[in-house]
Ligand binder design. Structure first.
Ligand SMILES: [Zn+2]
Length: 82
């Protein structure tokens, strides 16, 4: 048996992520250089004029704000494309 079971595959993936994280750079706040962030929701309102459904919709977008000065980096407001 040479194939990995799901648990082993997951472990291998985690090890890969761990290795990648060791070389990753920290993201700092654009305003105060702080490196701690808390999750918040930014809410976008799409007017009925441009909404695909023709009705006003409210869309929450998860972003991260600086733990110190509450600034939200623009990086966190960009749509996350997979
Ligand atoms: Zn800050």
């Amino acid at each position: 048996m040479n194939s990995m079971n799901p648990a082993q595959a997951q472990q291998a993936q985690q090890q890969q992520l761990q290795a990648a994280l060791e070389n990753a750079e920290d993201v700092n706040c654009d305003e105060c250089e702080n490196d701690r962030f808390v999750p918040v929701f930014v809410v976008k309102k799409i007017s009925a004029l441009i909404s695909p459904s023709g009705q006003e919709i409210v869309v929450p977008i998860q972003a991260l704000k600086c733990d110190k000065c509450n600034h939200i980096n623009e990086l966190f407001l960009k749509p996350q494309t997979p």
